[in-house]
Design a protein around this ligand. Structure first.
Ligand code: NAD
Ligand code: UFG
Length: 336
């Protein structure tokens, strides 16, 4: 049985779909602070399979003890966390508590239950403004410029030292690049609260008429067209990488890091054009000054995951754009 924390969220709900499809037994733990039970219900309908659901908080030690007593958990896929960079700057203590304390409470509960396999949702943000491109797993991490990034690095380092102290643990830190897209059914997808911070949800809400135009943050970067370059990865590819990582850490104990990206960098204007082309919709935009804290370019070297996990992203930009639009068009107001 797999414990999936944060399984009602954007990426977690796609993970739940893959797990149920692959016949894993799953218990989801989520406090629904940034998600909706509808996502879980839809995944159960889509797969024709049921999961267990516990509404609870990863910081609640009693809840975790009960959960590990009730279910025979073999491994944990740990997605639960707060993820807004801007919000973390305004509320750092809330982010430290939720993401760092929450992960610590979870690890302690795992140790008590003798469950020592965990796959963690980390982020390319741990590389800061990267010292080299493409980014390999040996590219040095740097002190993150925001509290959210700090929580990811802190949890990675806690887990690394845990493995050092007890080699019977097996840990995967998966450093995501920019997850986008949605399941091709249009049944589950990203449903940000309020005005989206991230590029693709913003474009999708312009397309559906909820927002008027996109602000392109910065056209004077040292990139081919001056706008920021990122490595966008389809969420379905991303979650498949987790299954490969889970298999790997079961056979090879230790602390492992993998970049989950495609290796391709696309600019903001590339993304606008790709969305327009795939969906035949105009996206009005305006060039604006840079957004504080943004870097010029960030894309992965995906070769370690290809070699060790036998996993590689397969879905291209056109699919990412078509699936984003399918989800947004059929759910113009998300799950609400
Ligand atoms: P999301 O907000 O959609 O999902 C996170 C889920 O965790 C939500 O369902 C939320 O209710 C739950 N949660 C949060 N705090 C909790 C707590 N204390 N106890 C129980 N449940 C809690 O976010 P997402 O985009 O699906 O991200 C999943 C993970 O991937 C996060 O850890 C995030 O930091 C990481 N990540 C996301 C991105 C991205 O761009 N989406 C990039 C890199 C890493
Ligand atoms: N952008 C715009 N307009 C917008 C939103 C974004 O021009 O309205 C630009 C940004 O300036 C950047 C690019 O689009 O150049 C991508 O921005 P996102 O906000 O979508 O993503 P980021 O790369 O800034 O950050 C994401 C996640 C972080 C994670 C990071 C690295 O949001 O949580 O990737 O994995 F840390």
């Amino acid at each position: 049985m797999i414990l999936l924390t944060g399984g009602a969220g954007y990426i977690g709900s796609h993970m739940l779909f893959e797990l149920l499809t692959a016949n894993y037994e799953v218990v989801v733990l989520d406090n629904l602070c940034n998600s909706n039970m509808t996502a879980i219900n839809r995944v159960q309908q889509m797969t024709g399979k049921a999961c267990h659901f516990v509404e609870g908080d990863i910081r609640d030690a009693g809840c975790l003890t009960d959960l590990f007593n009730q279910y025979a958990i073999d491994a944990v896929l740990h997605f639960a966390g707060l993820k807004s960079v801007g919000e973390s700057v305004a509320q750092p203590l809330r982010y430290f508590d939720n993401n760092i304390t929450g992960s610590l409470v979870l690890l302690k509960a795992m140790q008590s239950a003798q469950v020592k396999r965990i796959v963690f949702s980390s982020s390319a943000t741990v590389y800061g403004d990267p010292a080299e491109l493409p980014i390999t797993e040996s590219t040095p991490t740097s002190m993150p410029t925001n509290p959210y990034g700090y929580t990811k690095l802190a949890v990675e380092q806690m887990m690394m030292q845990l493995v050092d102290s007890d080699p019977s643990w097996s840990v995967a830190a998966l450093r995501y690049f920019n997850p986008v897209g949605a399941h091709s059914s249009g049944q589950i997808g990203e449903d940000p609260k309020g005005i989206p911070n991230n590029l693709l949800p913003y474009i999708a809400q312009v397309a559906v008429g909820r927002l008027q135009q996109l602000s392109v943050f910065g056209a004077d970067y040292n990139t081919p067209d001056g706008t920021g370059v990122r490595d966008y990865i389809h969420v379905v590819d991303l979650v498949k990488g987790h299954l490969a990582a889970l298999t790997y850490i079961t056979a090879n104990l230790g602390y492992h890091i993998w970049n989950l990206g495609t290796g391709e960098g696309y600019s903001v204007l590339d993304m606008v054009r790709a969305f327009e082309k795939a969906n035949n919709i105009d996206i009005p935009y305006k060039l604006e000054p840079r957004r504080a804290g943004d870097i010029a370019a960030c894309y992965a070297d995906p070769n370690k995951a290809i070699a060790e996990l036998n996993w590689q992203a397969e879905l291209g930009l056109e699919q990412m754009m078509a699936d984003t639009w399918h989800w947004q068009r059929t759910n113009p107001h998300g799950y609400s």
